[in-house]
Write a protein that binds this ligand. Structure first.
Ligand code: FEO
Ligand code: CA
Ligand code: CA
Length: 527
């Protein structure tokens, strides 16, 4: 008999505990001892203006929007933090660098909401996006703190000059001004970070299909200085050593959600990427090299044919009449993908590889136009267990809905034990309303790899009002989970009608922030 969600939660022994009301770490350690910590999920439907954590897990603040990250205070942490990438650089595991994406500004909270934005307003928005690179240190209490005076710290933003990789010109020039809409990303085996430009059309607009006309972006940056839409929508590779980036043409141009790197059997790198829009496709780039994206082939997935179709002028005949050269295919990847027979998916967002395999999990967040409200996680199993394979089988790993207790999966992360963690992205305007009412605020879930709860989604944290958790990243020892809290209070109509005051409370405006989760139950699951 199928166990209902309510029964399942009763079985888990739910106790809802709010952050700040109880010393969970101390309570759980003394009650159970850290090695015997019991795993209890949260109840469904939590709707509080707090980060609520499951018993045995506690949350600490790491950094918030506008916090200084340089000695002179001129560098500031950006807005709407998303993807995080961790580079641990001490053998003791107590020093690290953290890259954090900044996806988009809020005109309300930045104070730039105006029908006629000034140059200063636009510049303020430009400086709020891109990414932050910060050095962090674990103190004696085991809590991570930002080293705000570290000379390693830097920002990339909407004003950074970023060359296109490998000397190719796009719209007549070989560099772009700015990176923005930085959603999820990836890390390369050679120590660089990939940051993905997702909804780039909001900034300098997008070309009207089949014409040179530009449909303006909501943020209206072109009124300051206009740049071609074709300069955005790429994967940017950031080298923390040089504090500089390049935009990769060969990985294609679309609303890149993520860029997840793995190795093929021959050692060459392979990058998977989703295009976060209903009806868009799943891609992979198979490099010809083990240590660069210099040359290779971009493919789109056909689930019907169970094949990867090359978006290559010389290999896929259907593309010939529509594109003048390969750069043109990379620049208008969506058009090429559909002409080639790529499968339209329900918002492919984040991607993770099941550790030690060539099996790929892809979050399909939802597609309300097709009455898919709750989304699912797709599993693509490469033939021959080789990421470079041209064929695959596929299945649904887990689907959202009342029975599984979550809706709209988005960001994915594996802990060191191989359990899958994911965050949900019910849009702020639909949260706590039908058909999402029973799910409450967005959450963080774990799907256990083994044991009695194997394969079930258990909620471990709940986000403040209007927010989504993004960018989950574990330390190598599994003892800390870095987690972004993005867009709290996003539905506020004005500064006097705020829907969230997180994290400061009182009458404060909400601030996107990165937090850390720790505690005996987290450790019991992850290490
Ligand atoms: Fe930026 Fe698709 O979330
Ligand atoms: Ca996302
Ligand atoms: Ca999302």
């Amino acid at each position: 008999m199928k166990q209902s969600r309510k029964e399942f939660l009763q079985f888990l022994g739910y106790t809802g505990v709010s952050l700040g009301t109880l010393d969970l770490f101390g309570a759980l350690t003394s009650a159970f001892g850290s090695s015997a910590a019991r795993i209890r999920g949260l109840s469904s439907g939590i709707a509080k203006d707090e980060v609520v954590t499951a018993p045995g897990i506690s949350a600490q603040m790491l950094i918030s929007w506008d916090d200084p990250i340089s000695k002179d205070g001129t560098l500031k942490f950006g807005f709407n933090n998303d993807y995080t990438a961790l580079i641990e650089h001490s053998s003791k595991g107590n020093r690290a660098f953290l890259w954090v994406n900044h996806e988009y500004p809020s005109t309300l909270f930045l104070g730039t909401r105006s029908k006629s934005k000034s140059m200063q307003d636009i510049e303020k928005e430009m400086k709020s996006v891109g990414g932050s690179f910060i050095e962090i240190k674990k103190n004696k209490k085991g809590q991570w703190k930002v080293l705000k005076n570290s000379l390693a710290n830097f920002r990339m933003d909407g004003l950074s000059k970023i060359p296109f990789a490998y000397g190719q010109k796009i719209e007549g020039v070989d560099y772009a001004i700015g990176t923005f809409a930085n959603c999820a990303g990836g890390q390369t085996p050679w120590g660089t970070i990939l940051t993905c430009e997702e909804n780039y059309h909001d900034y300098y607009g997008e070309r009207k299909e089949g014409s040179r006309e530009i449909l303006p972006g909501d943020l209206g940056w072109a009124s300051k200085e206009s740049y071609p839409p074709e300069h955005y929508g790429w994967v940017v590779e950031v080298d923390p050593k040089t504090k500089a980036g390049v935009k990769h043409i060969s990985l294609g141009r679309f609303a890149h959600e993520s860029a997840t790197v793995t190795r093929a059997k021959n050692g060459n790198v392979v990058v998977y990427s989703g295009d976060d829009k209903a009806g868009e496709c799943l891609y992979k780039f198979v490099s010809n090299h083990p240590d660069s994206f210099e040359s290779g082939t971009l493919y789109v997935a056909s689930l019907a044919q169970k094949k990867w179709i090359p978006l290559d002028l010389s290999k896929t005949k259907a593309l010939g009449p529509h594109f003048k050269n390969q750069t043109d295919i990379y620049t208008y990847t969506r058009k090429a993908a559909h002409l080639a027979g790529g499968t339209a998916l329900d918002r492919p967002e984040d991607i993770e590889i099941i550790p030690g395999t060539a099996q790929v999990l892809i979050a399909l967040t939802n597609n309300t136009k097709k009455n898919n409200y709750f989304g699912s996680i797709l599993k693509v199993m490469e033939d021959g267990d080789d990421a470079a394979s041209l064929s695959f089988t596929h299945d649904t790993f887990i689907a959202g809905g009342e029975a599984t207790g979550f809706a709209c999966p988005d960001n994915l992360a594996f802990d060191p034990k191989g359990n899958l963690w994911f965050t949900t992205d019910i849009s702020g305007s639909k949260m706590n309303k039908e058909p999402y009412a029973s799910f409450g605020n967005n959450g963080l879930f774990v799907v256990m790899k083994e044991g009695e709860h194997k394969g079930k989604a258990i909620q471990m944290a709940s986000a403040p009002f209007d927010a989504e958790f993004t960018g989950p990243t574990f330390t190598k020892d599994g003892k800390t989970l870095f987690l972004s809290v993005q867009h709290p209070g996003e539905n506020s109509k004005s500064l006097s009608e705020l829907t969230s005051h997180w994290p400061e409370g009182g009458n404060a405006i909400p601030k996107p922030s990165v937090i850390t989760l720790q505690g005996p139950v987290l450790e019991a699951i992850t290490s």
